[in-house]
Design a protein. Structure first.
Length: 338
């Protein structure tokens, strides 16, 4: 089983000619590294899309080419992207971009991250949703024709970026380290995503869901489609690795019929453990164990992926018993959504 899952999506505002955000990732298997990055073209520049695209392409390219100390390698990649965006010509000249970047050594209990601008990195886990980055921005009054805009008798304010990739100012980079435990998730966002009302609650729901893509598309980007006011980008890295000791802890709760949430266990881990248990039972076949798994999932409102269900059907041996046939029919119905 893979030890991690990656999700990324970037949706442009329909009223804009091009999406000003960009997202990318690398899986460097030889080095055991995963890299995610999100960039957001800043301001009203017509070619904001070129700044963010250049930022992601450059930072991933230079990181992949690099070697040695990871923090120095990350900083060097961001500096390279800074220069590449500065060098944009023609209509793109002067365009700038935010950037957040996360690097994880597969299996390690921590990851590294760096931030420029107001795109963000969140850590999602047992304790909830924690913001790991600080926005490089300040509050300034909104002006129109040189005058401060007044709304309902009060001055209107907005956030102004104080640091960005591609400006003529040097970057004050700080590569930081954060705990990234087994089962946890890192979320990288542009402001159009994390400024959605209720975003932290939405990303917590996505974290607990066994199907990362389905949940993120439905929960986060469904809200963005209805209420979004800007380009929105989200990249997720969720750890799916667990030890044999952890597996037995989950199975113990399952066998006792206890509420996994009351025991402080993760929903997406419980689904993974029970999917493995179901497949083992299907190979025997042990219809009683399979029914117990399916009943527990139903009672606790957990769902197996269609891939899990198809795998169980493929492993299920036909022993001619009526109970095995009933399990088969039940699995087929679940695949078909019946």
């Amino acid at each position: 089983m893979e030890s991690f899952e990656i999700y990324s999506n970037s949706v442009g505002l329909p009223s804009k000619p091009k999406n000003g955000d960009h997202v990318g990732h690398l899986v460097l298997e030889d080095e055991g590294l995963v890299v995610l990055a999100v960039a957001d073209g800043v301001g009203e520049h017509f070619c904001d899309w070129d700044a963010s695209q250049t930022t992601i392409r450059s930072v991933l390219q230079r990181f992949e080419e690099g070697e040695g100390d990871l923090e120095l390698r990350m900083a060097g990649a961001v500096e390279f992207a800074h220069q590449e965006v500065q060098n944009l010509q023609g209509e793109s000249a002067g365009a700038i971009s935010t950037l957040v970047m996360v690097v994880w050594e597969i299996g390690e209990p921590e990851c590294r991250f760096v931030s420029v601008g107001d795109s963000r990195v969140y850590r999602v886990g047992h304790s909830g949703v924690d913001l790991l980055t600080e926005d490089d921005s300040r509050t300034v009054p909104v002006k129109r024709d040189g005058k401060i805009v007044i709304i309902d008798g009060a001055a209107a304010f907005s956030n102004a970026i104080t640091a960005a990739v591609g400006t003529r100012e040097p970057l004050d980079l700080q590569v930081e380290t954060a705990e990234f435990p087994s089962g946890g998730m890192m979320a990288l966002t542009s402001d159009g995503c994390h400024e959605l009302a209720g975003f932290q609650g939405f990303v917590a729901q996505v974290f607990a869901h066994p199907e990362l893509k389905k949940a993120a598309d439905t929960i986060v980007f469904g809200q963005n489609e209805a209420f979004g006011k800007d380009d929105a980008t989200l990249a997720l890295l969720r750890r799916t690795d667990f030890s044999e000791k952890e597996r037995e802890k989950y199975l113990k709760v399952f066998r006792a019929g206890s509420d996994f949430q009351a025991e402080g266990l993760l929903g997406h881990f419980m689904v993974r453990v029970l999917a493995d248990h179901l497949n083992q039972a299907a190979g025997v076949p042990d219809s009683k164990s399979m029914v117990q798994v399916l009943d527990y999932l139903k009672e606790r409102k957990l769902q197996l992926t269609k891939g899990d269900l198809s795998k169980a059907l493929g492993n299920l041996k036909d022993d001619g018993e009526i109970e095995t046939k009933r399990v088969w029919d039940r699995l087929v119905g679940m695949v078909l959504g019946l």
